[in-house]
Every structure is written in structure tokens, then in C-alpha cells.
Write a protein that binds this ligand. Sequence first.
Ligand SMILES: CC(C)(COP(=O)(O)OP(=O)(O)OC[C@H]1O[C@@H](n2cnc3c(N)ncnc32)[C@H](O)[C@@H]1OP(=O)(O)O)[C@@H](O)C(=O)NCCC(=O)NCCS
Length: 197
Amino acid sequence: MNNSFRFDESYLEEVQLKDGTAILLRALRPSDRQALIDGFQRLSDRSVYLRFFSPKHQLSDEDLSFLKELDGSNSYGIVALRQLADGREGEGVGVARLVRVISEPVIAEPAVTVSDEVQGYGLGRILCDRLAEAALERGILWFRCYVLSENQRVLDMLRSEFSETHLCSQGEIVVAEISLLSKNDVCVGESNQPSRG
Ligand SMILES: CC(C)(COP(=O)(O)OP(=O)(O)OC[C@H]1O[C@@H](n2cnc3c(N)ncnc32)[C@H](O)[C@@H]1OP(=O)(O)O)[C@@H](O)C(=O)NCCC(=O)NCCS
């Protein structure tokens, strides 16, 4: 991996959500497997459906296989954890990851999930922003997102975050092609003290 990347395996950032919740963002690691399984178990049926497009009771090995493929170049992820009063990592409350489309290397497919209990306080937007920055560092210029057409929250978020967004409906799914260079130049999420681990 390029060692001048901000978003590498040592990425670590503290942010505050709109309700004051202190969150640690750091690079996702293969050892986060159990935290992802636990986080999935706490998701509402509705959030699972919006993320996976069908009901699902547990994450399969295939769902988690990307963890083994986190090479930092073609695949990179960020995990969001509650920050405990003593500064240590608490429960996982969000995850964002990208996988480059190998046949079209300037495109990546992202996925973002935020725990129900912290939704609506800005974490989704922060993760989306940081993931776009991580992608740009890797020469990825576009996100190709598959979103359920009923998921207006995500579609609205993408439209407000990026000024160049092409939407194409394929039945119940909307394929959104987003130019990362069109990311609106707004500061998303208040960093307490940007730092590196
Ligand atoms: C989509 C998701 C990642 C957004 O995370 P979040 O932390 O709730 O997002 P934010 O708080 O940053 O809000 C982003 C935008 O969503 C909208 N939004 C947030 N909460 C909302 C609510 N309760 N009702 C309606 N819209 C809402 C707002 O437009 C908000 O923009 P704003 O910053 O201008 O207010 C999260 O809701 C989630 O994980 N959902 C289930 C899985 C999913 O849909 N994943 C994406 C599918 S590919």
C-alpha cells in the first residue's frame, strides 16, 4: 500500500455525532469479524433488508469473505466504534467498505451500514465521505452503488453529497454511478483530534 495514504491500516480518527456521541473511526481489519457478526445481530429487520435486499438472519462466510481480501488497495474498509470514557474502543456501530471493480479499475462498489440506534445522527454521511476520500487516494473516481429504489434516505444522501450522480432503475434496484470528484466541498463530521495510530 502507498504509505502516504491518509486512509491506510493505521487510519484513526475521533468524531462526534450530532447528539454528541463520541465515535472512533479506524481501518477495518480481518480481526473485526466477530464485531461485524455481533453488529449484524443487533440490526433491525428493516436495516438488514435495505442493506442486503432480502431478509437475512445471519452473515454467511461469503458475506464476510471480503475481510480476507482487505488488501488496502483494491479493498478497504472503515469501522466506527463507540469511544468509551477512557478513550478505548467500545461497541461497533458502523462499517463502510469498498471493493474495486477489477475490470473497471476506476470504479468501486461501496457498502455502508450504521446501527439502528445511532442512525440519523450523521454517521452514515461521515462514513460515506471518508470512504470517498479513501477511494480517491487509490485512483478510484466512481462509486457504483446498488440501492433499493425504496431507500430514499440513501438516494437523497448520495444526491446531496455528490453533484454528479447518474441513476438507472433496474426493477426494484437503482444503480447509482457517482463521480467522486463531484463530492461537495463541505466538512462532514467534526473531527476531535485527527490522529494516526
Ligand atoms: C443508510 C445509512 C447508512 C445512513 O446512515 P445514517 O447514520 O442514518 O445517516 P446520516 O445520519 O448521516 O443521515 C444521512 C441523510 O439521511 C437522511 N436521514 C437520516 N435519518 C433519517 C430519518 N430518520 N428519516 C429520513 N431521512 C433520514 C437525511 O437526509 C440525512 O441527511 P442530513 O445530514 O442532511 O440530515 C443507515 O441508515 C443504514 O445503515 N441503513 C440501513 C442499511 C442501508 O440502507 N445501507 C445502504 C444500502 S446500500
